[in-house]
Design a binder for this molecule. Structure first.
Ligand SMILES: [Zn+2]
Length: 122
């Protein structure tokens, strides 16, 4: 991989990093609202407690995915710095550029990642 190509992925990863950080920030404030805002609802029907806790579980699961993505992006940026970017972290063979275009934070080649749950989330 040339320095230009690596730089192109570094740009994309840095943008994804910011997006994901923003997403996590929004999730944090959304959850604070849910917990802090039950007052002044006198004309609103009683909340269904089960639905509320289900919504919270979904948000926590989403946040967990965002955090995993953030870690994957940070790890990919470190691999760019160390010159290891684009090589499978499991078998060291070059990862298909098609795969990197779809997910520049991919750490493994397609065959090593086949059983990886992270790829199923995409
Ligand atoms: Zn591999």
């Amino acid at each position: 991989m040339t320095a230009t190509t690596a730089g192109h992925y570094a740009d994309r990863l840095n943008r994804e990093l910011l997006d994901t950080q923003n997403e996590l920030g929004r999730n944090d404030s959304a959850r604070v609202e849910t917990i802090a805002a039950p007052g002044d609802l006198s004309n609103v029907p009683q909340h269904n407690a089960d639905a509320d806790s289900e919504g919270l579980r979904v948000r926590i699961a989403e946040e967990q995915r965002e955090r995993e993505k953030l870690e994957a992006i940070e790890a990919a940026l470190l691999r760019i710095e160390s010159g290891q970017f684009g090589l499978c972290t499991a078998c060291q063979t070059p990862i298909d550029e098609e795969r990197l275009d779809a997910a520049p934070w991919a750490a493994k080649c397609a065959s090593c990642a086949r059983e990886d749950s992270w790829t199923r989330l995409r």
